[in-house]
Design a protein around this ligand. Structure first.
Ligand code: GDD
Length: 330
């Protein structure tokens, strides 16, 4: 049987790199859509793909250009398409609502429309987000929880979620969405709070910094390990019927708890180093996200394995190692 062919948007990111490794191990032929600048600056922008770069086929395209997406889909004719690319930093979406909405909504729409006309049998995955729940009326949140996004990022994900469902219902496409709760790893971008903390601890330990400025320490998130979340993406596309699934650990912790554990792991008291910074608060905060992944467990057989404490430790250790400070980490 010929290898299955997968197209991944956002392949250069945390999830894209884990998903690529996972699919390569399953024998897939993998194509990735990347911005042209990434191909021109591979050391920096393709760093997460360094070890597998030679096994991937990368295509220059932009989420803002239907023509470029159309061309890639025509060339690749994928069996499965994983749409991970987005402007994904919630804080930035307050600074530029227009580009967040345009890029995220149009990008998803362009992909779905191109697949519908060029590869209608292709199975489609949309990376939805727990930010879609926003100011949730209940906890834990599940597939039936009312959506109340609190940022243009969240709104763009709600639109992508509904577009995906509508292509499924209107055109019979195998199009599914995951509602992914926060998922982290040593490959997380530095702008997100977990990596900001783990890299901040490493810098303080190395003497390269004396403090860490953070915003809302009381926000609570359901943090899992990204390596496990990409397994759910693949499982969803192997189902006979397309559907939507929450993927989460079911456990939630505050930013303060994350910081406390991360600093403690390096033998430091976070209260000495973490400085509150009012400028880092968001105009509208999502206070508590906690997911109920029982449908994913029941239908997909998906489970999360990494405990919160182990996730924090892995991130701190890797950042310390990167600064050659591993020996000092207790
Ligand atoms: N980034 C950041 N920086 N967040 C901070 C800081 C800070 O200095 N201080 C406190 N926080 C709080 C934020 O206000 C938020 O409540 C929480 O930490 C988590 O922020 P992020 O790590 O930036 O992630 P997010 O929850 O906004 O969004 C992430 O998860 C979503 C899924 O729920 C992103 O990965 C999204 O793309 C994803 O959809």
């Amino acid at each position: 049987m010929p290898a299955k062919c997968a197209l991944i948007t956002g392949i250069t990111g945390q999830d894209g790199s884990y998903l690529s490794e996972f699919l390569l191990a399953k024998g897939y032929e993998i194509h990735g859509m990347v911005r042209r600048v990434a191909l021109e600056d591979p050391d920096h922008r393709l760093s997460r793909l360094r070890d597998i770069r030679s096994r991937l086929v990368l295509h220059a395209a932009s989420l803002e250009s239907y023509a470029s997406i159309h061309r890639v889909i025509q060339d690749v004719q994928p069996d499965e398409c994983y749409h991970l690319a987005a402007q994904s930093f919630v804080s930035y979406s307050f600074d530029d609502e227009f580009s967040t909405l345009n890029t995220n909504i149009n990008g998803t729409h362009f992909l779905l429309a191109a697949l519908k006309s060029l590869a209608p049998q292709c199975r489609f995955y949309f990376a939805g987000s727990s930010e879609m729940f926003g100011q949730a009326q209940e906890a834990p949140q599940h597939e039936g929880t009312r959506l109340h996004p609190r940022s243009s990022y969240g709104i763009s994900k709600v639109a992508g979620f509904h577009l995906t469902r509508n292509y499924r219902e209107a055109y019979g496409m195998h199009a599914s969405s995951c509602i992914l709760f926060n998922h982290e790893s040593p490959r997380r971008g530095f702008e997100f709070v977990t990596r900001k903390i783990s890299s901040g601890v490493a810098r303080i330990l190395a003497g390269a910094s004396t403090e860490l400025r953070l915003g809302n320490l009381e926000a609570k998130r359901d943090w899992g390990h990204a390596r496990e979340y990409v397994e759910a993406m693949w499982l969803m596309l192997q189902q006979p019927q397309p559907d939507d699934y929450v993927v989460a650990t079911g456990e939630c912790h505050s930013v303060r708890e994350f910081a406390e554990l991360a600093f403690a792991h390096a033998g430091l008291d976070y209260r000495r180093y973490v400085k509150p910074d009012a400028d880092l608060f968001r105009p509208a905060e999502v206070n508590l996200l906690k997911g109920d992944a029982s449908k994913a467990r029941r239908v997909l057989g998906w489970t999360c394995r990494t405990r919160f404490e182990d996730l924090v430790r892995e991130m701190v250790e890797q950042d310390c190692r990167a600064l050659e400070m591993a020996a000092k980490v207790r």
